[in-house]
Ligand binder design. Sequence first.
Ligand code: HEC
Length: 193
Amino acid sequence: MNNTKLMIIGLLVPALLLIPFSIISFYTDFANKNPDPLQVTVSFNGKNYDAVEGKKAFEQYQCMDCHTIVGNGAYFAPDLTRVYKRTGGNGASLAGIIQSGFPSKGMPPMRDRGMGNEDAYRLVAFLKYTDMLDTNGWPNNGSWDRDGGLDGTAAENIRPMGIWQVVAGIVFFNLIIFALVLAYERAKVGNKT
Ligand code: HEC
């Protein structure tokens, strides 16, 4: 094998490596998959409310005095990150839940704090957004029941091994290329003698 061939192989292997790596880069968990909160909206009475307005309402009505979002806040009431899905992904019913509260269980009716439909739907937009956050599976689909046990929802299947399987695949891919080059060179040497 002469130097030119070695050089070509040396260039070809990284060039071929680039292809699977480029493809994988679109499939990794490193990419930010969270949506733009200004684009997450719910409509009510012909008006759109977005998650950024909802975040302001969330602060204004001090939901975090009792609840958590991705675990941040107070631990009196269930985590709200996935509450949009948990309550069926229905804006109207979630807005109703928030306005009516659960007085017997300790959540004040937000209507009593002056919350109209507009703010209720802003909050729905915010909770729709938190439901779309990539939290790597946390807190499953559910929340904590107030009795301290996990709710019945099945845990999401998180597979941290995935990326290593991909790396192993690349290594094998390269071994095959080397094996082919080697076999080719050997065959050529064999033909000459
Ligand atoms: C004073 C404490 C308190 C505040 C403030 C509060 N909540 Fe709650 N909230 C609770 C409690 C307690 C529950 C749980 C009721 C139960 O056990 O079913 C609850 C339940 C909920 C639920 C249903 C949860 C589920 O898992 O189904 C939603 C949605 C919710 N709250 C939204 C809000 C929003 C939005 C705000 C702010 C506008 C807010 N809460 C403010 C105490 C509070």
